[in-house]
Design a protein around this ligand. Sequence first.
Ligand code: SAJ
Length: 437
Amino acid sequence: MCDELLKKIAAKEVAVSIIGLGYVGLPLASAIVRAGITTIGIDIDEVRVRMINEGRSPVSDVPDEELKGLLKRGFLASGDYDRIKETDVIIVCVPTPVTRSKDPDLTYLIGAGQGIGARLRRGQLVILKSTTFPQTTEGVFLPLLEKSGLKVGKDFFLAFCPERVDPGNRRFNIENTPIVIGGVTDNCQKAAVAFYKLIVPAVHPVSSPQAAEMTKLLENVFRNVNIALVNELAILCERMGLDIWEVIEAASTKPFGFMPFYPGPGVGGHCIPIDPYYLSWKAREFDYHIGFIELAARINENMPYHVAQLITEILGKRGIGLKKAKVLIVGVTFKPDVADTRHSPALKLIEIIQDKVGWLGFHDPLIGEVIVGRRRYRSVDLEQTLKEIDLAVIITNHSQLDYERVVSEAPLVLDTRNGCKGITAENVFSLGRPILD
Ligand code: SAJ
């Protein structure tokens, strides 16, 4: 069975179904179609399926023009799980969020496993990409597939191959980023390696799906704890009268053994603030508490509250009470130049201060509206509003923002991203620098 599949892969005669057409699934579909492989996208969200088939991309990394090109080459989205029967390779890119109490929420992953398990046929390769804790692939996902009565490694093949998508990254994409591969059996490894070699420049096989699951978590926890480190030092620098941005720039001149991370108003996105909880949750099963992760989470989750404190302090220095203050949040996406507000610290900051200030609004060139609690905010015109407010708070440093204009028009500016780098003005205050009189 494995040899037949390997032959089909080598001849590029396989057809692929991708389950979950989000910021991982859609770019992956694009790369696979561009490799000349027949691909179908499956998603439970009918609106998203319709949007995609009309050439309107829900993912900023796949522009409409690129999506239209995929559709022209035969790609289509469907809500019908039965379509996976027509394919040889099934790739699962569904979300793995956390619950409100920060425990892993495998609802989507289990749903995908059930959907596949009910339709699995001999000779198929299933690849799981969703970030999750070690033992998910073999302990949670595999049993759902084997409900089909088929045997892994003999009748079908299963591997965990974590995604490495950095939304908005113009330099790295699927075609130039190595992929880690953890097959359940040797045949599973062989099949997954052979398939991925059609799409990526390099594959890195590891000894098990668990090793691959842990690799991905290490990659993201590494970012989370390092961001927390500079966030903590930013607060210390404010108190010590130092400039964290100057210090990080200086440390970055070290050509080895250092990698810069930057402080900010908090950590957003669908991975970095979430994935570490998957690891700390699993570690507890082994009577092991990873203090690093909990500490980093506390520090990063505190940042929006720290920014709220800075807002109060800056307005206070000008004798403006919070209750009367008009505050404009500039940038609400979770990172610059990506139209995505998921877990954005801007939304948490709005939630913290919206009942405390006289007027609150936002401007973001990529986002039309946000809903925080029971309130709906629409993006306001920047130039017009700057004249009418007391304080502009730069939360997301989109490259297209005119920082000179923000500084010249707004009476006060709090910059949490060093977006105003190089602009000296007495009305500009910065996270990570002392708030001087
Ligand atoms: N952030 C900081 N300071 C930093 C870097 C990031 O405050 O020095 C903040 C960002 O503003 C953002 C959050 O952290 O709110 C996450 O930023 P990110 O750059 O990690 O962006 P993500 O979550 O879109 O993508 C990450 C990938 N990023 C990079 O490799 C640079 C990568 O970790 C994963 O492939 C991806 O998550 C994922 O899907 O796991």
